[in-house]
Each structure stands twice: as structure tokens, then as C-alpha cells.
Design a protein around this ligand. Structure first.
Ligand SMILES: Nc1nc2c(c(=O)[nH]1)N[C@@H](CN(C=O)c1ccc(C(=O)N[C@@H](CCC(=O)O)C(=O)O)cc1)CN2
Length: 294
């Protein structure tokens, strides 16, 4: 039976480490780090995520602002706000919650963010630095997965890591990070996607499988090898009769895969909370490296 990679527990440890650092900052009479989150439209999951990001900031002693825009907002309006935040001395880092409505060019928005405040690590300059193993903000979800593996002392060196999904937020950066020379990296990486025929041919030989598809129960036990490490990034809301009206399901068929794997992340309580903790880490880094904080 697989052991659990408990993202909720590790995220709490990381938050308390950050909180201790913030207490020292405040004691030395400096201002607290400040994160701004931009939310566009009414996507239920996005609302949940930004609200939890604001709550996380309160928990560790950061200040934060949540800027809400209607789904009809123009690209020009958003760009104007980004320009304002880029120049604000009071803002260390900011994020634009994705996905954005169709009329907004996501790449244009990301490109407009000052890379020094890009605590999501999505700007091409930061993505390039990540690929070249230079110091920068790492995208929160892959950063969270690496930290989770590191805290559980999971060996990645020389292992075959198969990633399912090539999104800009998870799959693509994850494929680069797992192959980097620093720990936990040094894996041999296979990046699979919707045009990969017979994905099971790859996952069956993988030491580590990372799924980021949003396809509930996609990864079945017959697709993995015994003793594999399974990381589930998928979080799908499935409608039901509960009070909330839905429950969360990952890409992994948890019950069957847990019988065969050595380690596995749960959904909820796995990668999601780690994503949030890493955003805090990046915001603290932005604060420490801010040109306004000498
Ligand atoms: N600007 C960004 N947009 C998006 C990102 C991102 O990193 N930056 N990633 C995802 C969503 N995401 C962060 O924003 C995120 C996903 C999941 C969780 C989380 O805490 N999940 C919980 C369950 C929460 C729930 O009740 O739904 C869990 O898995 O235990 C936090 C953040 C897309 N957009």
C-alpha cells in the first residue's frame, strides 16, 4: 500500500517557516510583504483559489489585496492596472488568476508583468531563467511538487519521470525542472500529451508519474509499475448531491493506484496546498529582492 505525500501537512510546515521570517521582518520595524491577486470574471474554482491565497497571506503575516474585474473587462483596462502595480512601491508581487476570459490575450497580460514582481514565474524572462538554472521565481505548482518530493526525501536522480500534460502552468515547466541538475531533478523526462499514442507504454515503465490533465480517474493501476511515485495535479469538480454540490477528483484512480504505488499524492490535500505555499515563498523572495527595500 502506498504512503501518502501529504501536501497539506508540508504546506503547513512551510507556512510556519514563512510566518517566523515575517515576524522577524516586522520586529525590525520594516513593512510586511504585500501580494496582489487579480481575479477576472466569475469562475467558481478561480474564486476559491484567490480567496485562499488572500487567507494564506493573512495567516503568515503578509498584507494582500484582491482586485476583482468583471468578465467583460477590456485587455486595455487590465494592462493599465498591471502597469500601475509594476510601478507601485507598496507591491512586492502580483498574480493574474488564470484562466482569463476569451477576449483577453493571456500571453499579452503575462508579458506586461514586471518579471521582478512575477511571483507566478510565468513571464518568458523567468521561464527562460528557470530553464537555464538561474535564480528566479519558479511556477508555484511545479515548485510545490519539487518541494514535496524533497521534504519526503524521494530520490529523483537517474529516475524515469513521465509527465502527462504540457500546460504552461504545470507540464512544460515540470518537464524542465525534473531534468535540471539541482536536487530534486536529474531525472530522465518524458513529456506526454494529447497526441502521444498509447500513453500507458510510457507510464508503465516510469519511476515517477506526474499527471496534469483534468481527466478524472485517467491513470489506472494497470498503467503504472509497482513501487512507482504518483503525483496527481488534476483537480476536477464533479457535481453531486452534497451540500457543496460537488466533490473534487484527481486524474489518478486513487484506490487502485495506491495498492501498487510506493508514494502517492491525494486530491484534495496533495499538490493544491503546496501550490499555495510556494506562492507565499515566491512573494517573500520578491520582497527580499525588491529594489524598494534597501
Ligand atoms: N495565476 C495562476 N493561475 C492559476 C494557477 C497558478 O499557479 N497561478 N494554478 C491553478 C490553480 N491554483 C492556483 O491558482 C490552485 C489550485 C488548487 C489549489 C488548492 O488549494 N486545491 C485544494 C482544493 C481546493 C478546493 O476546494 O477547490 C487541494 O487540492 O487540496 C490552490 C490553487 C490554475 N490557475
Amino acid at each position: 500500500m502506498a504512503k501518502i505525500l501529504d501536501g497539506l501537512k508540508v504546506s503547513k510546515e512551510i507556512k510556519s517557516e514563512i510566518k517566523a521570517e515575517v515576524e522577524k521582518i516586522i520586529k525590525s520595524k520594516k513593512r510586511a510583504p504585500h501580494l496582489v491577486a487579480i481575479l477576472v470574471g466569475n469562475n467558481g474554482a478561480s474564486k476559491t483559489y484567490v480567496n485562499s491565497k488572500v487567507k494564506d497571506c493573512q495567516e503568515v503575516g503578509f498584507t494582500s489585496s484582491l482586485l476583482k474585474f468583471p468578465a467583460t473587462v477590456s485587455e486595455a483596462e487590465l494592462l493599465e492596472k498591471i502597469n500601475e502595480l509594476n510601478h507601485s512601491k507598496a507591491v512586492d508581487g502580483f498574480i493574474v488568476q488564470l484562466p482569463l476570459p476569451k477576449q483577453i490575450d493571456q500571453e499579452k497580460i503575462i508579458m506586461a508583468i514586471d518579471p521582478r514582481k512575477d511571483v507566478d514565474g510565468f513571464h518568458p524572462e523567468n521561464f527562460g531563467k528557470m530553464a537555464l538554472e538561474m535564480d528566479t521565481f519558479l511556477p508555484a505548482t511545479p515548485f510545490g511538487i519539487l518541494t514535496l518530493l524533497e521534504r519526503y526525501n524521494i530520490e529523483t536522480k537517474g529516475k524515469h519521470c513521465v509527465i502527462i500534460g504540457r500546460s504552461r502552468i504545470v507540464g512544460k515547466p515540470m518537464s524542465i525542472l525534473m531534468g535540471r541538475k539541482d536536487f530534486p531533478g536529474n531525472s530522465t523526462v518524458t513529456l506526454t500529451h494529447s497526441y502521444t499514442p498509447h500513453i500507458e507504454k510510457f507510464t508503465q515503465s516510469a519511476d515517477i508519474v506526474i499527471t496534469a490533465l483534468g481527466d478524472p480517474h485517467f491513470l489506472k493501476s494497470e498503467m503504472i509499475k509497482k513501487g512507482a511515485i504518483i503525483v496527481d495535479v488534476g483537480i476536477t469538480r464533479v457535481d453531486d448531491d452534497s451540500k457543496k454540490g460537488y466533490h473534487l477528483t484527481g486524474d489518478v484512480d486513487f484506490e487502485s493506484c495506491a495498492e501498487k504505488a510506493a508514494w502517492i499524492t491525494p486530491v484534495p490535500g496533495g499538490v493544491g496546498p503546496m501550490t499555495r505555499a510556494m506562492l507565499l515563498k515566491n512573494t517573500l523572495l520578491a520582497y527580499k529582492t525588491s529594489v524598494y527595500n534597501d
